[in-house]
Design a protein around this ligand. Structure first.
Ligand SMILES: C[S@@+](CC[C@H](N)C(=O)[O-])C[C@H]1O[C@@H](n2cnc3c(N)ncnc32)[C@H](O)[C@@H]1O
Length: 361
């Protein structure tokens, strides 16, 4: 009888070449993956609490610190705060040496409110209404979401687009460097479902004398107005409030059309129609930017895309996972060519596709 290994996951000998699946030969699998999911809930709430308490910003202002001064600054219970900090150390967001805590680079960049790529505000809004997660089984049973964000889009999207702007502006700006907007003056841009207009703004800031039409719902578009005004670009932007499925769009007018993170809430049919609208609005030779989180063809690679799709399924009327195959299908059937998938920053993908200069019937 073979002896059990203290680390079953390190068994090298039990490969698929043997009879049966590796774990099923004679050793039980570890329970780690189940615990990882269970503790995922507490991990999420520890991070949310740390941001709400201001732990990262406080350590940034204090510098490396023991728990006493940190607890004083945050008016928090020192033993409770210490446990939170110890947990943040296990996540890799704090370093701890001899009871002194300091920020890791990940925390400085993503979790401080003024971090270069701050996601601090995103953590609480990204999962959508929490009640929908508690009712996920019911949603799956009935096929209906209890509180779809579509019922009150402004209430959900206002905080969301505030929180996602730094990341999406960075993605759009990096994409512009790749596509050479700085070498192309006077671009005409259409940004549908723009939020705070990160995609339009990246073009306006890189392409001299470019102009934009920025669309979103009334109640959200005001945020784009403020952001554009703050950057001194109001004279180059027309704001067109309303539903992006039905607002008037001029044919063959735009050099760039951005569909930034809007398709995953729309479902197959409506996304296909949005892509076709974008195609018609582009000049021949113009480029579509379709940014989203995509899953692989077989829906099992790129777990980030699969999970993001599930967040849409849990919270929206029609949304869900987008596969690369599906999106390429929409692009090709609308007539787009030169389809490329670019990752301007980690985890963020953008399809760039061109309306052909000439179509041959
Ligand atoms: C996830 S946010 C993306 C914002 C921005 N494009 C970006 O990439 O960061 C989706 C945006 O689409 C807007 N939106 C959703 N449905 C819309 C519709 N039918 N018409 C106009 N805007 C819509 C929302 O208000 C929100 O601002």
């Amino acid at each position: 009888m073979p002896t059990d290994s203290p680390f079953p996951e390190m068994k090298k000998s039990h490969t698929m070449a043997h009879t049966g699946r590796p774990w099923r030969d004679y050793k039980p699998p570890p329970s780690g993956p189940v615990w990882a999911i269970i503790q995922g809930v507490s991990s999420y709430w520890v991070l949310s609490a740390a941001i709400e308490l201001g732990v990262f910003d406080a350590i940034e202002s204090l510098g490396p610190t023991t728990i006493g001064p940190l607890a004083d600054q945050l008016s928090a219970s020192a033993p409770h705060l210490q446990h939170v900090c110890d947990t943040l150390v296990t996540f890799g967001f704090l370093d701890q040496i001899a009871d002194v805590y300091e920020l890791t680079e990940t925390a400085e960049r993503y979790l401080c409110t003024n971090g270069a790529a701050s996601m601090a505000a995103l953590v609480r809004v990204a999962p959508g209404p929490l009640a929908n997660w508690e009712r996920l089984a019911e949603t799956v049973r009935t096929g209906r979401v209890a509180e779809p964000i579509d019922d009150d889009p402004a209430a959900f999207y206002r905080p969301l687009v505030q929180a996602t702007f730094p990341t999406q502006f960075r993605a759009a700006s990096r994409l512009g460097l790749r596509l050479g907007w700085a070498r192309q003056p006077e671009l005409r841009v259409l940004d549908l479902g723009a939020g705070r207009a990160p995609w339009a703004l990246a073009v306006l800031e890189q392409s001299a004398n470019s102009t934009a039409v920025v669309n979103d719902w009334p109640g959200v578009i005001e945020l784009a107005m403020h952001t554009v005004a703050d950057r001194g670009l109001s004279d180059r932007v027309e704001f067109r409030a309303g539903d992006f499925h039905s607002i008037a769009l001029e044919p063959a007018t735009y050099d760039v059309v951005a569909l930034g993170h809007i398709c995953r809430t729309e479902g197959d049919e409506r996304s296909r129609s949005l892509v076709a609208r974008a195609f018609n609005a582009l000049k021949p030779g113009g480029q579509l930017l379709l940014a989203d989180y995509f899953a692989g063809h077989e829906r099992k690679h790129n777990p980030f895309g699969v999970q993001m799709g599930l967040t849409m399924l849990a919270n929206t009327l029609r949304g869900g996972m987008l596969t690369n195959e599906q999106v390429c299908g929409w692009l090709r059937e609308s007539g787009f060519q030169a389809i490329r998938l670019i990752e301007p920053i980690g985890f963020n993908y953008v399809y760039v596709a061109s309306r052909p200069e000439r179509t041959f019937e």
